[in-house]
Design a protein around this ligand. Structure first.
Ligand code: NAP
Length: 300
């Protein structure tokens, strides 16, 4: 294999870290692993991974260290112990745990102070999807660090995307996509309740959502254009029309005896747009409601 002898350490062997290690072993890398609960390494050891006795020694074992733990707090606590300090200078650390853009910026500052080349990444896939040609990892940080990390990241995710030198970009886009994703997921679950109530096969409904997915993407691109141009007049579906549909979905929920929580929330959100006087503008104009909601009014 072409990557034979290339050394990579992986810290964190949860569902995702274990999948990352498995892919790199398959690709011929020499993989050293460490996990707080060492038993999770058993299967990987059988496949050829070396188990380091400490996070510090895992860092010491390879020039490139991938860390994939629950969050940046866990990550920092592992990287900044007294034992790890001598091993850090000159290492390339690729952070694949999920965190905020500010945490990525803080991590970059910390890494610089410790002589580490730091790259921030976000995995846009599930463990079983790792290692495929189309799998997406977003990465941001210095171009030079990305360039030297590209081969190992491409082995993990063939669809690897470099989002620029602003180190917070990978987290920012991760959260933006997750926001879109979870919004859709919650709407999907309400759709399942509609199908259950009306006796329509849930699997057939799910298949239809796959078929319309490209249209959702196209619609998002049009909304982005309108938002970028601050022009909501060339509407294909007004705030009022969408609010009316949500009101009907909420009415259906009470007729069918299912929860109306989701359509009620979505309707109330658009109702604020109508109250503010932009009901006849395109749905994208609802961004104005979000822009006027401060963190204080939305928290809690
Ligand atoms: P997981 O299965 O819950 O594993 C969490 C990992 O973090 C374990 O290795 C755990 O060690 C370690 N950990 C947690 N707190 C720690 C601490 N204080 N000190 C040392 N180690 C600690 O989660 P996962 O699915 O692998 O996710 C890992 C990261 O990948 C998360 O940030 C997640 O958001 C991200 N991610 C996951 C997916 C996915 O589909 N799973 C997709 C994209 C991104 P122990 O084994 O000892 O508990």
């Amino acid at each position: 294999m072409s990557n034979y002898n290339e050394k990579v350490s992986i810290i964190g062997l949860g569902l995702m870290g274990s999948a990352l290690a498995g892919v790199l072993l398959r690709e011929g890398y020499r993989v050293t692993v460490w996990n707080r609960t060492p038993e999770k390494a058993d299967g990987l050891i059988k496949k050829g991974a070396l188990l380091a006795p400490s996070a510090a020694l895992a860092i010491g074992s390879s020039p490139t260290v991938i860390i994939c733990v629950a969050d940046y707090e866990a990550s920092r606590s592992l990287l900044s112990s007294k034992e790890t300090a001598p091993f850090l200078p000159g290492k390339t650390v690729i952070e694949l745990s999920t965190g905020t853009p500010q945490e990525a910026r803080d991590a970059q500052v910390w890494a610089k102070e410790h002589g580490i080349d730091y790259l921030d990444g976000a995995i846009m896939a599930t463990p079983s999807q790792m290692g495929r040609p189309e799998t997406l990892i977003l990465a941001s940080g210095p171009r030079s660090v990305f360039d030297k990390s590209e081969a190992v990241l491409k082995a993990l995710a063939g669809g690897l995307a470099f989002l620029g030198e602003a180190v917070g970009n990978a987290s920012a886009v991760d959260f933006a996509i997750l926001s879109f994703w979870f919004g859709g997921n919650i709407g999907f679950l309400h759709g399942v309740r509609i199908c259950e109530a009306e006796g329509f096969p849930v699997r057939d409904f799910a298949a239809m959502t796959r078929a319309i997915a490209p249209f959702a993407g196209e619609s998002n691109e049009k909304m982005a254009e309108r938002i970028f141009n601050e022009n909501y007049d060339d509407s294909e579906a007004s705030v009022r029309t969408c609010a009316a549909a949500l009101k009907m979905i909420a009415r259906h929920a009470s007729e069918a005896g299912i929860s109306s929580e989701f359509p009620d929330y979505a309707y109330r959100f658009l109702e604020r747009g109508m109250d503010a006087g932009f009901g006849e503008e395109d749905l994208a104009a609802a961004i104005k409601i979000m822009r006027t909601s401060s963190a204080a009014t939305t928290a809690g």
